[in-house]
Design a protein around this ligand. Structure first.
Ligand code: ZN
Length: 149
């Protein structure tokens, strides 16, 4: 049997251990009982980023955006729908570059929206510009590492 995956909670950032075969069973956080897959992109702060991007065993998709950015707002509904299609293979998050400038500068985000895919702290791929739902899903699946959960 495969080792359980480590997965940070979107709500309290506690690291949970979840057996691979339970990922699709809507697991909840052992500390706060929140759903580990909220079926919607959740916001990441600089404090929570490493728990999710580095210490979690699932690929993490990040939408770098800002409230004043028209194309970001246009893409938001498609990105939210993509969560339903892509979970629990990976998780979808959003970083508000205006509220979290440290993350934007750490990753050298020059234009928004920018999607970036991470696993174990490593950036696997990055794409700037708004995309429709199908492109988000296809682009993400293309860049998942082979054998990702
Ligand atoms: Zn929790």
């Amino acid at each position: 049997m495969a080792d359980p995956l480590q997965l940070a909670c979107p709500h309290c950032n506690a690291i949970n251990r979840v057996p691979v075969q339970r990922l699709a069973d809507d697991p909840v956080c052992g500390r706060c009982r929140s759903r580990l897959f909220p079926s919607a992109p959740f916001a990441l702060t600089v404090a929570a980023f490493d728990a999710h991007a580095q210490r979690s065993d699932l690929p993490l998709l990040v939408d770098f955006w800002a409230p004043w950015c028209g194309p970001c707002r246009t893409m938001a509904p498609a990105y939210a729908q993509a969560a339903a299609l892509l979970e629990p293979q990976l998780r979808l998050t959003k970083v508000d570059t205006e509220a979290e400038p440290a993350l934007a500068s750490r990753f050298g985000i020059r234009s928004i929206p920018t999607l970036a895919l991470f696993l174990h702290g490593r950036e696997l791929a990055r794409q700037a510009g708004a995309m429709p739902l199908q492109s988000i899903v296809q682009w993400t699946r293309q860049h998942l590492p082979p054998g990702a959960a």
